[in-house]
Design a binder for this molecule. Sequence first.
Ligand SMILES: [Ca+2]
Length: 160
Amino acid sequence: MRYTILRAALAAVLLVPATGAASGPPEGLQARIDAWLAASPGGKQISPNQIAWEGGRVVLTLPSVGVHGSPSCPAGRSCLYEHANWEGAMLSFDTCGFRDMIDYGFIDMTSSWHNNRSTRSYLYNWTGSWTWLWTEQPSTSSAYVGDAHNDRADGWTIAC
Ligand SMILES: [Ca+2]
């Protein structure tokens, strides 16, 4: 029960910047970093636009100048993007296994992806249990996950 409440609270916190960004001037980068860290304890800021968890195995990159706009995931990592066309915040992993993206403030956010690893990734939605959304083949990308899957992914399994 506590888990469900935390998830709902996190979603509410994370929806605020998205709404503000759409209707007003761009908010400060550091302010967005600060809000992200407050909502996702355990992360550490490692550069002006990046937060790392697990010693760098998981890295969030916020667009500091312009947008990503192309599949930009570093070699050996698998990346999820906040917006279509590989734009907005990017969450990247360089380790295999399952992760609940509530730990990184990235639930219900993914709109495009780039898997730059040699193994598959599997994305899931939390609906009281884990429901499979899509599979990413090695060294592939998608500019948009589609309306049925947009802003749904909460869990991520990267094959070893
Ligand atoms: Ca979801």
